[in-house]
Ligand binder design. Sequence first.
Ligand code: GLN
Length: 475
Amino acid sequence: MKNFNSLIEIQALIFENKITCETLIDYYLKRINKTKNLNVFIEVFSKEAKIRAKEIDKKIKRGSSGKLAGLVVAIKDNICFKNHKLSAGSKILNGFTSLFNATAVERLLNEDAIIIGRVNCDEFAMGSSNENSIYGPSKNPHNLKKVPGGSSGGSAAAVAADLCQIALGSDTGGSVRQPASFCGVFGLKPTYARISRYGLIAYASSFDQIGPIGKSVYDISIVTEIISGKDNMDSTSSSLKIDKYSTYKPQRKKLKIAFFEDYLNNLSLNTEIKSNFFELISKLKKDGHTVSSEIFPYSDIIVPCYYILTTAEASSNLSRYDGVNYGYRSSSSKDINSTFKNSRTEGFGEEVKRRIMLGTFVLSSGYYDAYYGKAQKIRRLIQNKTNEIFKNYDYLLMPTTPNTAFDIGIKHDDPTINFLQDIYTVHSNLTGHPAISIPIWKSKDNMPMGLQIMTSNFNEKNLFSFSEFLMKFKH
Ligand code: GLN
């Protein structure tokens, strides 16, 4: 067995009777066993994955298998899988078992994908390094001293280490794209509302989207096609028709591409990433595309705006964890008030508590207008400006992250240093536009560096076409 680049290769071998789902599962289980040091899987569903593989092999023989037969998937520990444990990397969900499938999971299963396990993430998807997980950080398969990124760090590391073919993550401010960039794989944040959020543990509901992480554009496209679409369980999901994403072709026409000079002048941007970016711009120009620098007047306030709005939403969403209905309950509680207080104090980690407090503060009377209200207005300005860009341009390019994966264990006295790492990714969550990170570059010390492409709403198919085209500039 080898590290397959795409589901196309896997299915070709399956239908030529050269491999079976059963042998595939054995292969991944062995690899998972051998790479426990990566701390990627929180739970491996070995037994049931084997049983399901056998059933799907039978369906393949009968000619009645689904579109994803042969696809082995890992899911982030904040996506519900019926009758399986789920913790969002937190102590507060200790012992919790999901009673239903997330819609995305249900749709994968309906097409015969096999879910092999749940993978590590930052607590409640808050973080950029996976270090905020109760289980400790996953490691970056390219360098074990480095973080895999976050919050979907386990998902990206699982794909990069070939422990599955695809992983689902969630992206509120970059949590699919940033770890994809750090681990050298593809990661998509779809248009807001494209994929149902039903069964995704909420962080900031007007930002959250489930997104796939994979080894090829094709794999990302087919999974997006299957899991997208209207869902009555999520009233914000869009009823817009789903394109046949997986039939995308590499882009051929001459394009109009924009980038924001202000983003590239950011002082924290790694010089290698910057020079690779400008080298790509000149290659695209030589190739006959129009590439222009545009002014984006909000680059300084985009990160604060994101952190005000997401923490506000988080403080409301996370109020349901009270030690009463489910999950962890403090044993030192005497009455209802001390149950709430002690369970939440002991059950949540430091970063989550920081964000609940920040969010409660920006929503509190007297500060609401100054912070939350103002940030909402800024969000609208950012959306308007970005929509204007897409009236004139096909795509917007920027690095996915200002730096490559950093070392595990770096402690900052000031938490906003970590927040600033999200400068390029939070943009599309604030506006709702789709964005993908593609693994196009490697640094001198052999660490992956991703390029991010944004486009207009519900234009995922063209995003895939352009991604495939750009991969010819990979180096
Ligand atoms: N790093 C960002 C944060 O900590 C992104 C999180 C996410 O997308 N879930 O909020």
